[in-house]
Ligand binder design. Structure first.
Ligand SMILES: [Zn+2]
Length: 187
């Protein structure tokens, strides 16, 4: 096949890759991953992921983004399949999948799968955010990573999930890998 003037054309084969093309032929997007957050597949379009991660933070693969895979980013999947907007739980679950591994991550993923609600998801500067929403004296696991993020005081996303008697805090630093901490449930 001609190289099409040097431009990349189709990056996957629906037959070979087992895709089902919907009515109107679904477009192909190259597969990419957030470089610091491997494990979740995104679709690439115009130099950024479909869900808005800038290209300089992405690793792009020679292959198609498959929105039907369990590891597909819910935001990118929704754009390709035309699904309704993913829930907060879905979005957070996928961020947590790419988080620093450990027993807390596993426990939180299980809780989210069981339908644990996301009670809070905010973003801002790390020190202020942690002071207002995740008081450090209440953090009983994962504290060292929290100290580092607060020290750097960069842009941060912070989510809280309460499941039974457990309270999880998910730290989503803009310039680093997400991680999970646990807090004593507050008043
Ligand atoms: Zn995405």
């Amino acid at each position: 096949m001609a190289a099409g003037g040097g431009r990349l054309t189709a990056v996957g084969d629906p037959e070979r890759d087992g895709w089902r093309l919907g009515p109107g032929r679904r477009p192909f997007f190259a597969l990419c991953e957030e470089t610091d957050v491997p494990g979740t597949g995104h679709g690439l379009s115009k130099g950024a992921s479909l869900c808005g991660i800038p290209g300089d933070r992405l690793t792009v693969y020679r292959g198609p983004f498959d929105p039907t895979r369990d590891t597909a980013c819910p935001g990118c999947r929704a754009q390709v399949l035309g699904d309704p907007e993913p829930t907060l739980q879905d979005l957070l679950r996928h961020r947590v999948r790419g988080a620093v591994p450990g027993p807390l991550r596993a426990e939180l993923l299980a809780a989210l799968k069981q339908g644990a609600q996301v009670g809070l998801w905010v973003s801002g500067r790390a020190a202020e955010l942690v002071r207002r929403h995740a008081r450090r004296e209440r953090i009983v696991e994962g504290g060292a990573l929290v100290e580092a993020v607060v020290g750097a005081d960069g842009p941060l996303g912070l989510a809280r999930v309460v499941h039974g008697t457990r309270e999880f805090l998910v730290f989503l630093p803009q310039d680093g890998r997400p991680f999970v901490a646990r807090a004593e449930p507050g008043p």
